[in-house]
Design a protein around this ligand. Structure first.
Ligand code: ATR
Length: 296
C-alpha cells in the first residue's frame, strides 16, 4: 500500500485532510486537528502524507486531492510551502503576499485554493496571550528573516504597527524582507544589524523571535533584555521547548510571554473550518493534549 492508499483506507470514506511534508512523521498537526474532530464529534479524519520534494510528486498530490471525492484539502509544511504555489488553481491574496501556502482547500467546484494562516495564527495567539498589547502603541522588534518571519512581518504590518524593526544574522535577508513589506502609507521598517539586537529593544512594545535559536538542538538565543520595557510582550514562535531560554528570561523580569504553541494551534483553525464546516477555538485542554504529544 502506498501512502495515498493508506490515507484513503484510514479515512474509510469520511471527509479528510492531512499534513503533507517531507519528512512528516514529527508533525503535531494530526494531534491538534484530531482533538477538534473528537471535540466536535465530526466523523472525519486528519492524517499524514509524506510527499517527496519533487515537482512530479506535488503534481501527484494535486491530482489526488482533486480526484478523491472525500479529500477536503491539506496542510503543507517543509519543504512544500513555496513550490506548491504554481500548481494551485487559486492563491488567496495573503498567501500570495507572503509567498507561501500552508493550507489547501478544495472549493465546491473541485478546484484547489492555497491560503496562508500562519500570520493569522501568530496574531490570534498574541491577542489571546498578551491581551494588553495593541499594534498601534509603538515599535516592534522582529528577529529573523526566514519563512516564518515573512508571515509574522506581513501580519504585524497589516495590524497597523507604526514602526517595525528587523534584524537578522544575514543582514541582506532582512533588507529584502523590509523592502517587500514596507507599506505605502509612510510607516517604516527599520533594518538593524544582528549585533544591534539588544539596543533596538529600547522603546518597543513587543519582541518576536522567528529564528530557530533556542529550539531543541539549536544554539540558545543570546540577547540582553535590559533595554526592553517591562510592559512589552515577548513572543517566541519556537515550541520545542515551550519555555525557551528567551521566554524564561523575559518572564523572570516581568514581561508578558507568548509561546509558540499558541501560533501552531491557532493557524489550524481556518483550515479546519474550511474542510469540516465547523468553527473551532483553541482551549487549555487542547493545549494540554498537543503539549503532551510534543513531550513538552
Ligand atoms: P523558518 O521557515 O522557520 O523561518 P528559515 O527560513 O530557515 O526557517 O529561517 C531561519 C531563521 O533563523 C533565519 O532568520 C536565520 O538567519 P539567517 O537568515 O542568517 O540564516 C536564523 N538563524 C538560524 N540559525 C541562526 C544562528 N545560529 N544565529 C542567528 N540566526 C540564526
Amino acid at each position: 500500500m502506498n501512502a495515498y492508499e493508506q490515507l484513503v483506507a484510514e479515512a474509510q470514506g469520511r471527509p479528510f485532510a492531512a499534513i503533507v511534508g517531507w519528512p512528516v512523521e514529527h508533525s503535531r498537526s494530526p494531534a491538534l486537528h484530531g482533538f477538534w474532530l473528537r471535540q466536535q464529534r465530526i466523523d472525519g479524519h486528519y492524517g499524514r502524507l509524506p510527499v517527496e520534494p519533487k515537482r512530479a510528486a506535488l503534481e501527484e498530490l494535486v491530482g489526488f486531492l482533486k480526484s478523491t471525492p472525500n479529500a477536503r484539502g491539506c496542510n503543507l509544511t517543509l519543504p512544500h510551502k513555496i513550490e506548491i504555489l504554481p500548481l494551485l488553481d487559486h492563491v488567496a491574496p495573503v498567501a500570495k503576499r507572503i509567498g507561501a501556502v500552508n493550507t489547501v482547500v478544495k472549493l465546491p467546484d473541485g478546484t484547489l485554493e492555497g491560503r496562508n494562516t500562519d500570520g493569522f495564527g501568530f496574531l490570534e495567539a498574541l491577542k489571546y496571550n498578551a491581551p494588553h498589547w495593541t499594534a498601534a502603541s509603538g515599535p516592534v522588534l522582529v528577529l529573523g528573516a526566514g519563512g516564518a518571519a515573512r508571515a509574522v512581518v506581513a501580519s504585524l504590518i497589516d495590524e497597523g504597527v507604526p514602526e517595525l524593526r528587523l534584524v537578522n544574522r544575514t543582514r541582506q535577508s532582512a533588507v529584502d524582507l523590509g523592502v517587500a513589506f514596507t507599506p505605502a502609507d509612510g510607516r517604516r521598517i527599520v533594518v538593524g544589524s544582528w549585533s544591534e539586537r539588544s539596543e533596538l529593544l529600547a522603546g518597543t512594545t513587543l519582541l518576536v523571535n522567528t529564528t530557530s535559536l533556542g529550539m531543541k538542538g539549536q544554539p540558545a538565543l543570546d540577547i540582553d533584555l535590559a533595554p526592553l520595557p517591562r510592559q512589552a510582550a515577548v513572543d517566541d514562535i519556537v515550541y520545542v521547548p515551550l519555555e525557551t531560554g528567551l521566554l524564561a528570561a523575559a518572564r523572570a523580569r516581568g514581561n508578558r510571554c507568548v509561546d509558540g504553541l499558541g501560533m501552531l494551534l491557532h493557524q489550524g483553525r481556518p483550515g479546519f473550518e474550511a474542510w469540516f464546516g465547523r468553527k473551532v477555538d483553541v482551549s487549555t485542554e487542547q493545549r494540554r493534549v498537543v503539549a503532551a504529544d510534543l513531550g513538552a
